[in-house]
Design a protein around this ligand. Sequence first.
Ligand code: ZN
Length: 236
Amino acid sequence: MYLILLGAPGAGKGTQAHILTSRIQIAHVSSGDLFRENIKKGTPIGIEAKGYIDRGELVPDETVIEMIMNHLNTPACRNGALLDGFPRTIFQADSLNNALHERFNKGIGRIIYVKVDTDALLQRLSGRWICPVCQTPYHELNNPPKIKGICDHDAAALYQRDDDKRSTAERRLQVYFNQTMPLIEYYKKQGLLLEINGQQSVENVTNDIIEALNVLSMDKEKKDIILGETEESLVA
Ligand SMILES: [Zn+2]
């Protein structure tokens, strides 16, 4: 089974990838990690990718897909893989699907989208403050200092890194959603999207994902009973 994991920055995608791959015994295939590994090992594809990166160019889709295909062909991925970080566009999704069919005679099984609304994402991504003296981190919501803007330990004025500022977080999310929403709609239309509520405990998010995957892999009759759906309600 080949799965794709989607989620905005701050949605907890990395945590879920880590837990899921051990719970359902499939490989975690992060395109970013694969690049770093191939470049470090000096593989032909790593050398090719490094050339583009050194010239400040984007690595072409075909190169990324070839790298992923090579990896999916290794024993580590014999039970399947959870793809993380790729595809990001509809064009990449199509190319990936074609490559999977060509090489393995099957396509992407499901897309898991860990959904968290923008306000909650902004709260998670921003609101971190640090003490310049003792380096203690605080968070406006989860872990606020006793007095706003002041360190509990040494009364120093807290500061915010650029990455932790609300405006930075807003920009990051805007870039992500502009790029990813068309992909999410595309998979939804294909009936492959599992939308998972990411605004609950890490454990519950994982359980919801596993439950959704199990229900979908059951035969139709069992699925209908569990989901309480009849042929008519599915058509409607
Ligand atoms: Zn301090």
